[in-house]
Design a protein around this ligand. Structure first.
Ligand code: GAP
Length: 472
């Protein structure tokens, strides 16, 4: 096969898989387009009954890894709304923008760097407007409007991504002095740094972790939950002594990569991307990329930010944000190593990593989400063999009521057993239990394993021991 043919066939496979994932998300209640009964609301999504469980599991695992298993990282939940001065100090009001262009024929508004990328020309979203416009000029003949196919565009202009609001401003011309919905969660950490040092026992080096919503007026909303205008971030800022940047940057790089291996992500689906175009204050920036159906893309960023953040906030707030080392009496503005991940992107990566189609020996097809039990929305499904036998239903309920105290379980008495298994396979449930006449007679419960489809009989006591071993 020629290189072009191979690439086209890989692209088609990726497109097919992506369409199947999006369809599964809707059909099985993982993700719904926002405001669907009103024809939708672009680039915003709602997480359905299984989606919210998966997203919560991702957040719980991250939170445990960051705050419970380490004694040098504390948690924070800062507000979405903050003083607008914060966004001036951080540089977002002036510089948080993407290059926007307009197709002169159909007037579609498009992101210049994405247009270049689609034409196979390298463009980094962190490039300046001038850099991107120069590449655009040199490659004009290769770039087509994805909506109408025209090749005529307006020059790229900066479009600020901060989402504005009138919170606390009761005048009609509030747009002159807007407040902002936060564009990233980490600013809440920087502005609480002093409160945390003063109120807890943290000593440098230490970290602050936060999970929360962020908002960006993304120009091109594509690729489902990969790029949305409302999304959730999991960010950790590690405050260090100047000079220790490289050491901690490398340490966090490794830890964050290992986190994804622990989630069961296949090593071949992960890779590093080093940023060449760093913002002026950054010392180093790497992304952990995942092999999404549409190619390798950023899932998490690890950044060595120097003293930029605290120095800016010290300057704009006129507060002293120096750290006084209690042992050496040295005063310094801490440097920061940041780890920043998006819940939606990890969610999509987890589904893509786990999705499998297979045909069993009897020629029957099945779709399976091979999610690690820690990620699976439902850990155990409990089925009475027959819906119309009250004694089976009552026994199944009794076992369900015991298991649900410990794990997220689902009771299902609908349809034949085969169909019930397929449904649980598709949402990634590791174990299904069937309560049949043997259970009534000699207390044996049948456990069916999602991966092997093997069935084994257990007494209730042995079943609990087995589930504790496999699920906890
Ligand atoms: N504080 C640094 C920061 O926000 P970023 O690279 O802009 O860095 C970090 O974002 C992570 O947040 C990304 O790696 C991605 O997982 C997620 N993210 C960013 N923009 C997003 C969007 N529009 N939709 C979904 N996730 C997004």
């Amino acid at each position: 096969m020629t290189k072009d043919k191979k690439e086209n066939s890989q692209k088609k496979d990726g497109d097919d898989k992506f369409a199947k994932l999006v369809s599964l998300c809707k059909r099985r209640g993982f993700v719904f387009p926002s405001s669907e009964i009103y024809e939708g609301f672009t680039a915003v999504y709602d997480y359905g009954p299984y989606g919210v469980e998966l997203a919560n599991n991702i957040k719980k695992l991250w939170w445990k890894e960051m705050t419970q298993l380490r004694d040098d990282v504390v948690g924070l939940d800062s507000a979405i709304f903050m003083s607008p001065k914060i966004w001036e100090a951080s540089g977002h009001v002036k510089g948080f923008s993407d290059p926007l262009t307009e197709c002169k024929k159909c007037h579609a508004r498009l992101r210049l760097d994405t247009l270049l990328e689609d034409a196979g020309i390298f463009a980094d979203e962190k490039m300046t407007e001038d850099e991107i416009n120069k590449i655009f000029e040199n490659n004009k003949d290769k770039i087509k409007c994805p909506t109408c196919g025209a090749k005529d565009f307006t020059p790229g202009k900066k479009f600020n991504l901060l989402v504005q609001s009138n919170l606390g401003n009761f005048t009609s011309d509030w747009t002159k002095e807007p407040t902002y919905l936060r564009g990233e969660t980490c600013q809440g950490i920087y502005v609480n740094y002093k409160n945390i040092v003063d109120s807890s026992r943290v000593k440098i080096p230490f970290g602050v972790a936060q999970i929360g919503k962020a908002f960006r007026n993304e120009i091109t909303a594509r690729q489902f939950i990969f790029r949305t205008r409302e999304f959730e971030q999991m960010e950790m800022q590690y405050f260090i002594k100047p000079g220790d940047d490289e050491k901690f940057f490398n340490e966090w790089k490794q830890l964050r990569y290992d986190f994804y291996l622990k989630l069961g992500f296949l090593p071949e689906n992960l890779r590093w991307h080093q940023h060449e175009n760093l913002v002026f204050y950054a010392k180093a920036a790497y992304d952990i990329e995942f092999n999404f159906p549409f190619g390798f893309k950023e899932m998490e960023g690890i950044h060595a930010r120097g003293d930029y953040d605290l120095s800016q906030h010290a300057k704009f707030s006129s507060q002293d944000l120096n750290y006084l080392d209690p042992q050496t009496n040295e005063r310094f503005v801490p440097h920061i190593v940041e780890t920043s991940a998006g819940v939606g992107r990890i969610f999509l990566a987890a589904l893509s990593n786990a999705y499998r189609e297979e045909v069993n020996e009897g020629g029957e097809p099945r779709v399976v989400l091979s999610l690690k039990p820690s990620l699976a929305p439902i850990k155990v499904a409990v089925f009475p063999l027959l819906k119309n036998k009250p004694e089976l239903v009552a026994k199944a309920r009794e076992i369900f009521d015991i298991l649900k105290q410990k794990w997220k379980c689902e009771f299902d008495d609908n349809g034949n057993i085969g169909k019930r298994y397929r449904r649980q396979d598709e949402i990634g449930t590791p174990y299904c239990l069937t309560i049949d006449f043997d259970t009534l007679e000699n207390s044996e419960i049948t456990l069916r394993d999602r991966e092997t489809m093997e069935q084994k009989k257990f007494s209730l006591e042995n079943l609990l021991t087995y589930l504790h071993q496999e699920l906890d």
